[in-house]
Design a protein around this ligand. Structure first.
Ligand code: AMP
Length: 113
C-alpha cells in the first residue's frame, strides 16, 4: 500500500533489521525499542489492523504467533518471559496502520495500566 512504512519495509524500499522472513510474514527490530528485545512481526499483505483480518486469515494469524514463539526462543527470552501485543486503533495507541505484533522481552515488563 502506498505511503505505508511497513509495506515499504516489506518491499525493501527502506531499511530494517530483518530477523525472519517467509512468503507471508516478516519480522524486524523495532526502531525505538522499549525493552532489550523488541521485534515487530507483520503480515506482508497490508491489513490496517486486526479488525480487517477475515476468518480466512486464521491460518496467517496463527502462523504469526508461531513465528513469535520461534523468535522468542532464538532471542533467548522464551524462558524468562515475553509479551506479544497488537495495538488496534486509537485507544490502544496504534501509530502504524499496518497490522503488527510486538514481541517484547529481556527484562521485567511493567504491568498493564
Ligand atoms: P504501534 O503502532 O503503536 O503499535 O507501534 C508502532 C511501532 O512501530 C513503534 O514501536 C515504532 O517504534 C515502530 N516503528 C515505526 N517505524 C519503524 C521503522 N521504520 N522500523 C522499525 N520500527 C518502526
Amino acid at each position: 500500500m502506498a505511503d505505508c512504512i511497513f509495506c515499504k519495509i516489506v518491499a525493501k524500499e527502506i531499511p530494517a533489521q530483518i530477523l525472519y522472513e517467509d512468503k507471508d510474514v516478516i519480522s524486524f527490530r523495532d526502531i525505538n525499542p522499549m525493552a532489550p528485545v523488541h521485534l515487530l512481526i507483520i503480515p506482508k499483505q497490508h491489513y490496517q489492523d486486526l479488525n480487517t483480518a477475515a476468518p480466512a486469515d486464521e491460518c496467517l494469524l496463527g502462523h504469526i504467533l508461531a513465528v513469535a514463539q520461534k523468535l522468542a526462543v532464538e532471542q533467548g527470552i522464551a524462558e524468562s518471559g515475553y509479551r506479544v501485543v497488537a495495538n488496534n486503533g486509537l485507544n490502544a495507541g496504534q501509530i502504524v496502520d499496518h497490522l503488527h505484533f510486538h514481541l517484547i522481552g529481556g527484562h521485567l515488563l511493567p504491568d498493564f495500566a
